[in-house]
Ligand binder design. Sequence first.
Ligand code: FMN
Length: 224
Amino acid sequence: MNRREFVRWSGLGMMSLLLSGCGILGTSAGAAGEEVQKNSVSGGNKMKIVVINSSPHARDESTSIYLSDRFSAGAVSAGHQVFTFDGANEETHPCRGCDICHMNGPCVFSDAIENKLMPELLSADMIVLVTPLYYYGMSAQLKTVIDRFYSRTGMLHGKKSMLIATAYDSADWTMTALSEHYATLVRYMDWVDVGQVLGIGCGSRSLVEKSSFGEQAYNIGANL
Ligand SMILES: Cc1cc2nc3c(=O)[nH]c(=O)nc-3n(C[C@H](O)[C@H](O)[C@H](O)COP(=O)(O)O)c2cc1C
């Protein structure tokens, strides 16, 4: 794929934006069951899910990883397979824009993104982007990983996706820029959006644990 096609893929994303709302599921705890699963995004099939964490905080202190772990627990309880990538602590390199990959892989960097994450991503049914809110956008750690999607852009189209984020602030506009960036990514990548868990007012572990966002994340996973 060349750069012109990179732009052309954007047009294909229009359709997915229109359809993306269809993938959003009810999150009531009692919604699981065979009939619900048939009508869910998985169609009752067991999915392979890749979760990309990006907080530099320790797993037991991070607020965003708390929510992603709740989501994963729900997904595993429903029989789905979850692979988790630590985008903050694995060896990663930002895309250098050399275009040697021609958007069709492999990447010149032989790091954890290329060797550990990419094989899992290519075979995944669903990608979960997880981030603390940093200056009203995603963390640099997550953006670094996403920019490396460039080497396999076309191959990553058509998957299901989800956004999980946490922030200190609780104003209603706290997550607006991040949420719109994610929606644009969904459109361009031709993904099917499964949902967004936007944990506002979750600036510490005790705050996120007391909030309802953990239950929201678990229920989305359990009802895929
Ligand atoms: C560099 C940096 C930038 C941040 N920017 C924001 C921000 O713009 N808005 C906000 O509400 N919180 C902001 N925060 C707070 C974090 O989003 C919040 O503490 C979050 O719960 C951290 O998640 P984590 O524990 O998973 O890393 C920022 C924190 C850091 C370290």
